[in-house]
Design a protein around this ligand. Structure first.
Ligand SMILES: N[C@@H](CCC(=O)N[C@@H](CS)C(=O)NCC(=O)O)C(=O)O
Length: 219
């Protein structure tokens, strides 16, 4: 049985979305981010990323993690690739070349895109979007995303999806990383192919189901 450690309001959303796409049964162990708690080490604190029981799973003190049989894995984007490869089907690479491209686009998302999109989502998480500091952070983040958005826009002008002209783990991973900046409507409107593609990704029943569960969670 697959166990997913995390909450839907975290990068674990990627893993829950993938589990839904693959129709996997899983057990969910609710582990909340320590930064969301006033005193994460208090005796009555809910299980969080600094709880000793969770640190035994992931000493990095970050969600998500999974346990699949004897295998323990961290890093959301690696977990989604692993689950797709393990269970096969259209979301998984069909050739070594596709595997290489899915890995390439995923690492691109993690290293070139997420460091900027996450700054946008943290501004909103901290409710600073109307402050001068928050607005300045967003302006810099959006400017830093110019080259990556232009690159993906060009790719999607001639490809319906990122790899293999079908929805794959690479699309799921990139869509989740870009979602963090989706509050910036002008950025997406300036890139119509990205806008249409992310709409396609987010229209999938497994994404809608993941978001429905996420919206039930306390903020
Ligand atoms: N690169 C990691 C990053 C994981 C990460 O930063 N997780 C956040 C939640 S989205 C976390 O656990 N933060 C702990 C905290 O804020 O206390 C991944 O993609 O899994």
């Amino acid at each position: 049985m697959l166990t997913i450690y995390g909450v839907y309001r975290s990068r674990a959303s990627r893993v829950y979305w993938m589990a839904g796409e693959l129709g996997l049964e899983f057990e969910s162990v609710r582990v909340i981010q320590a930064r969301r708690l006033a005193n994460p080490l208090a005796a009555d604190a809910p299980i969080n990323t600094l709880s000793p029981d969770f640190l035994a799973v992931n000493p990095m003190a970050l969600i998500p993690s999974i346990q699949d049989g004897d295998l323990v894995m961290h890093e959301s984007l690696a977990i989604t690739l692993y689950l797709a490869r393990k269970h096969g089907g259209p979301l998984a690479p069909q050739t070594v070349a596709e595997d290489g491209l899915m890995t390439m686009w995923t690492i691109w998302a993690a290293t070139e895109v997420e460091p900027h999109t996450v700054k946008v989502v943290y501004v909103y998480d901290d409710e600073k979007q109307n402050s001068d500091e928050g607005k300045a952070t967003i302006i810099v983040a959006v400017r830093s995303l110019k080259k990556t958005f232009a690159t993906l826009e060009k790719h999607l002008a001639t490809n319906e999806y990122v790899v293999g002209n079908r929805f794959t783990a690479a699309d799921l991973n990139i869509a989740e990383v870009l979602r963090y900046a989706q509050t910036e409507q002008a950025l997406f409107e300036a890139h119509p192919h990205i806008s249409a593609w992310i709409k396609r990704c987010q229209s999938r029943p497994a994404y809608i189901a993941m978001q429905a569960t996420r919206s039930q969670e306390p903020t």
